[in-house]
Design a binder for this molecule. Sequence first.
Ligand code: GAR
Length: 222
Amino acid sequence: MVDVAVLISGRGSNLQALLDACADEKFPARIVKVISNNPDAQGLNRARRAGIPTAVVNHKDYEDKQAFEDALDRELTSCKAQLICLAGFMRILDARFVNRWKNRILNIHPSLLPAFKGLHTHERALEAGVRFTGCTVHIVRPEMDDGPIILQAALAVKPDESAEQLAARVLELEHIIYPEALRLMASGEARVAGDKVIIETAAYPDGGWICPVPKAELARES
Ligand code: GAR
């Protein structure tokens, strides 16, 4: 059983997906602490409801980033976390912190990395006119939204949808791939090899997806 700490800043819907997965006794990880930098994060209530210890490490209470990250580190060490899941944690972690927890920090990002790093991913995907977007769970490296990819999920962008509608569809996929990525890492089925993640047990589909669907394809289906 791998002990996991989850870091959040807000709503915590990905935290909820992880809590739900960990509620199954066959799941190879358990959440030992939920830490928020934001004292008002909704996700803290989700943790309390699930009976998981919480802590607030508010960046505003510290003189500088290093002091904030040292406090985070103390919380993580005291709960003996073996893996850290960033779930909507909206602070960028310094190289010093990331390297101390090398290959043990996971993050979820709402785009198909390395496309659309940073904020407002869905607005930017719509603006760019990409046909596919999605979400990525990756191992955290010092560069923002960078690092070995564990899992990705893709969906076709509909040209007439809003960023909010797209965000909601991507979020549904996030809730599927984050628990699965944690399962893969915690069980040892996935391992980091340099700048890639190797998953020995994985299956890979042969075919591809074309978007929009070619006319000939539509005719065949009808
Ligand atoms: C999620 O969409 C997550 O992918 C995104 O913030 C949202 C948090 O929602 N994370 C980032 O943009 C990190 N770069 P949640 O609090 O409901 O899980």
